[in-house]
Design a protein around this ligand. Structure first.
Ligand SMILES: *[C@@H]1O[C@H](CO)[C@@H](O)[C@H](O)[C@H]1NC(C)=O
Ligand SMILES: *[C@@H]1O[C@H](CO)[C@@H](O)[C@H](O)[C@H]1NC(C)=O
Ligand SMILES: *[C@@H]1O[C@H](CO)[C@@H](O)[C@H](O)[C@H]1NC(C)=O
Ligand SMILES: *[C@@H]1O[C@H](CO)[C@@H](O)[C@H](O)[C@H]1NC(C)=O
Ligand SMILES: *[C@@H]1O[C@H](CO)[C@@H](O)[C@H](O)[C@H]1NC(C)=O
Length: 457
């Protein structure tokens, strides 16, 4: 397999970043507790991608101290594995530098706080490190080894429906192949930014797809680089369009971490944050992100009004049957935990213009401001756009409009017939918040204060 220069560049960069991240990781180590392996380049070269798969077990009885888990643990009295509880299986992805993933314990603990389950962590750092193309060759073998273990669990009375795989990046496709081996009878697979390189054009047999489990959900955050851009589940949440995440620098010069893996890792951080339960992240079905941003999709009527949510609720909260397949869902987020944004639909109606123009709309809540620019054409008088505001519609104190475009010729006043704000998807249908009939002058910003009280729900 040949290496494109860009891939090599990204790998070197990833390796460099990983070394920085590992450097600051807390190094404390409790010898009593099991941990994931790590490997070094020297070791790797000696053993030539020797595939070793180990398992760690975390339960509510040992949330802070993982136990090593093997098939023997099923008959071992001192193992905390409880056969009558559901099982979550976490599978990490590609490790550029052979380091162990640092977030495993936090994800396991977040899961355990919500549900009384067995959490099994698949440790395949040995097979997942360094050359990405060799790692991709390993992933099916890892899946086969996991399926041997799942077979043992099944023999002891675990039900396949009660197994939920959570795969990160390449780990999502490992989970998908385990699902293929069990002919889709596994309960659930969640893919957190499933890997894109070498998988986008792969056959469904080779990648995660809806036939791999009874329910497959995926979160996409970096589909233009490390993530996959096509839907792979029953429902696929595309966060901020699925490519670039807020707060991750778009400029490659701003921060190396931001450029390389911030977008990709956002899926995991958002998932952990929703488990913490501070707010609900709801996806809105739409054909494309462009349509979504234009305000053409503002409800979940196709789901009988209940929008699918990110997190552990069964079938993402979908009540309709049959569950759809490859349903794209869109939502906007904020740049930091708990990531929930309020979707505000902005509707503007102007009197016909003689020249094209531009207005900048700002929504203000104390020191928070959300801006949106609208390009106005002579042929249209109605405009719609979707904004992500950090707080609810009823907490917006002020709206400002600025007549911005047209630096090189005199732009006259823009007559606004109405500017309206509404929040979606709304629980109850509220009247939009509107201001009617005013002019916006060039160099003279217009603003209007709202006097609102937030109702109690
Ligand atoms: C990896 O970890 C497992 C169990 O945690 C241990 O048995 C094995 O020896 C480790 N491998 C290496 C090379 O350290
Ligand atoms: C794992 O990493 C630590 C420090 O990062 C190092 O001391 C240790 O030798 C590594 N273990 C293996 C098996 O490479
Ligand atoms: C049972 O599990 C404990 C703790 O994990 C371990 O120390 C012990 O060696 C295991 N015994 C057998 C027979 O596997
Ligand atoms: C295993 O889980 C079941 C169901 O929650 C519970 O009733 C039982 O006490 C647990 N067993 C052990 C050994 O904790
Ligand atoms: C989730 O909650 C735990 C404990 O309250 C906290 O340590 C962790 O940082 C939170 N994680 C996220 C992603 O919000």
């Amino acid at each position: 397999m040949s290496w494109e220069p860009k891939t090599v560049f990204l790998c070197v960069l990833t390796a460099y970043i990983t070394s920085l991240v590992v450097g600051v990781e807390d190094r404390q180590r409790d010898d009593e507790c099991a941990d994931l392996n790590n490997t070094t380049w020297r070791e790797y070269r000696q053993w030539r991608a020797k595939l070793q798969v180990h398992y760690l077990l975390l339960t509510r009885r040992n949330m802070d101290c993982a136990q090593t888990f093997t098939q023997e643990s099923l008959t071992n009295q001192s193992s905390h594995f409880n056969i009558s509880l559901p099982t979550k299986i976490i599978i990490h992805g590609y490790r550029a530098l052979g380091s162990k993933p640092s977030w495993v314990k936090e994800l396991a603990q977040s899961l355990l706080r919500v549900q009384d389950v067995n959490v099994l962590v698949v440790d395949w750092v040995y097979g997942a490190s360094f050359a990405y193309n060799l790692v991709v060759e390993n992933y099916k073998e890892v899946a086969v080894q996991i399926s041997v273990l799942i077979n043992q669990l099944q023999k002891r009375g675990c039900k396949l429906e009660s197994c939920h795989f959570i795969g990160i990046s390449l780990g999502a496709h490992v989970a998908g192949f385990v699902g293929t081996l069990f002919e889709g009878k596994i309960g659930r697979i969640t893919g957190l930014d499933p890997a894109g390189p070498m998988f986008k054009r792969a056959d469904t047999f080779d990648r995660l797809d809806p036939s791999d489990a009874q329910f497959v959900d995926a979160i996409h955050t970096d589909s233009d680089y490390f993530g996959i851009s096509i839907p792979v589940g029953h429902v696929d949440f595309f966060l901020n369009g699925g490519k670039d995440q807020t707060g991750c620098a778009n400029s490659r010069f701003a921060s190396m971490y931001g450029y390389v893996i911030c977008d990709h890792m956002r899926a995991l951080h958002i998932y952990m944050s929703t488990l913490n339960g501070s707010c609900l992240l709801k996806g809105i079905p739409c054909f494309s992100y462009e349509d979504f941003l234009k305000g053409n999709c503002v409800n979940c009527d196709t789901f009988k009004g209940t929008c699918p949510t990110i997190g552990l609720s069964g079938c993402s909260g979908i009540t309709i049957s049959p569950v759809p397949k490859e349903q794209k869902l869109f939502l906007l987020t904020t740049s930091s935990a708990p990531f929930c944004a309020h979707h505000i639909l902005l509707q503007l109606e102007v009197s016909p213009l003689h020249k094209s123009a531009e207005v900048e709309v700002t929504l203000r809540t104390e020191n928070l401001g959300t801006k949106q620019r609208l390009k106005l054409q002579t042929a249209t008088t109605m405009y719609k756009a979707v904004l992500a505001h950090p707080v609810a519609l009823c907490e917006i104190h002020c709206i400002e409009l600025k007549n911005t475009g047209a630096w090189f010729y005199r732009q006259g006043d823009i007559h606004i017939k109405s500017v309206c704000l509404s929040e979606f998807p709304s629980i109850r249908r509220e009247e939009p918040l509107c201001v009617n009939n005013f002019n916006v002058r060039r160099r003279a910003p217009w603003s209007h204060d709202f006097v609102q009280v937030c109702g109690i729900f």
